[in-house]
Design a protein around this ligand. Structure first.
Ligand SMILES: CSC[C@H]1O[C@H](OP(=O)(O)O)[C@H](O)[C@@H]1O
Length: 357
């Protein structure tokens, strides 16, 4: 069991050694029910990602990697070509779950590369299985260490006695553990800074009300819940000292793709002149992409027409359900990663930070 400099109290996804399966806490049921599910079936894990039992850019990537490794452990064939095809098809099933978060594709590319290299080398199936398991565990451990690392950098930017506004959930429930935006909050809190948090509910899936509140209450970090449409006013009223959010993808120019509603908060922060920070491991940064490559997931309109499954409008009214939006680089004060804090110009400085060891 790896050791970390801070307590790891909550994990979104993890590896169960006894049966080499992937386990996750079903975030769809929180905070009202804590349900743990374990599986080695890539189809079941894909369903969990699509239906947001597992959600959050880093958690999705880690889950996909663990699912590939878990499935590889269960493949029965002793023919290497059939084995390769079966594991590669599992990668494809997971690849086609949600289109926006870069971490999913970053993790699956790592797994596919390990699979291809091992098979090319002609190692045994048992050795390929072990290589895939090791890689998936590295991806999981790297995520936790990255969150702690960016948490340390970010906490330096958090004034004592400050109020942080956050949107959605970029916490332990969105990562292998510790969280990104919430990782900064945890380190600041553990280091004795008297922070308070304002969390937006985050319609339509309510990650803020259901997940961020649950995480911060468990940590003993003071949190106040607001509706999404209250964010502008509380910023204007001077109740917020800084904004910290997560990210699902950051392009080469520094465009930040994050939960729908992030852009409006960034505009309000700019207008008020308070810092707007984006916390993200480097696995979220996609230097191959530009704003034109971004795919914004559109989810089932029923998520908008209902709250926790209860209709709030007429059943067939047309509804838009964009799951993410795009925040322009000039609205982002800094991008906080495990390799350091990136300041503008992002097009120039993002590649530099990725080269840092
Ligand atoms: C640590 S990044 C989490 C990121 O992912 C969330 O999206 P979703 O809940 O739809 O997976 C949201 O954009 C968070 O900022």
């Amino acid at each position: 069991m790896s050791s970390y400099p801070y307590p790891i109290k909550i994990r979104a996804v993890w590896w169960r050694e006894e049966d080499k399966s992937i386990c996750w806490i079903n975030t769809k049921e929180l905070p009202f029910k804590e349900e743990i599910i374990c599986s080695s079936d890539p189809g079941r894990v894909a369903k969990a990602i699509i239906e947001m039992e597992i959600r959050g850019a880093p958690a999705i990537g880690v889950a996909a990697a663990l699912a590939v490794a878990s499935y590889a452990n269960k493949v029965k064939t002793r023919d290497i070509d059939s084995f390769y095809r079966e594991v590669d098809s599992a990668i494809n099933i997971l690849w086609n779950t949600r289109p926006t978060a870069h971490n999913l594709f970053w993790a699956l590319r790592r797994m596919r590369k390990k699979l291809h290299e091992a098979v090319e080398k002609g190692v045994s199936i048992d050795e390929v299985v072990q290589i895939l398991e090791n890689e998936a565990k590295h991806i999981m451990d790297e995520d936790i260490r990255a969150n702690i690392g960016l948490g340390e950098y970010g906490a330096e930017l958090v004034p004592d006695n400050s109020t942080i506004l956050t949107h959605c959930n970029a916490g332990a429930l969105a990562t292998a553990a510790f969280g990104t935006a919430e990782g900064i909050m945890r380190v600041a809190w553990y280091k004795g800074k008297k922070i308070k948090v304002i969390a937006t509910e985050t319609r339509p899936v309510l990650q803020g009300a259901r997940l961020t509140v649950w995480e911060l209450v468990k940590e003993g970090i003071p949190v106040t819940l607001i509706t999404d449409n209250m964010a502008g006013y509380v910023i204007r009223k001077g109740l917020v000292d800084l904004v910290i959010v997560g990210a699902d993808r950051i392009t080469s120019e520094g465009y930040v793709v994050n939960k729908i509603g992030t852009y409006m908060i960034a505009l309000a922060a700019k207008r008020k002149g308070i810092p707007f920070y984006v916390a993200a491991p480097t696995s979220t940064i996609d230097l191959e992409s530009t704003i034109n490559d971004i795919v914004i997931e559109e989810r089932n309109p029923d998520e908008v027409r209902k709250v926790l499954g209860k209709p709030i409008t007429l059943p067939d009214v047309p509804a838009l359900n964009y799951a993410f939006d795009i925040t322009d680089p000039d609205l982002v004060t800094a991008i906080i990663t495990e390799k350091g804090v990136v300041k503008p110009p992002y097009r120039e400085n993002l590649p530099k930070i990725l080269k840092n060891n």
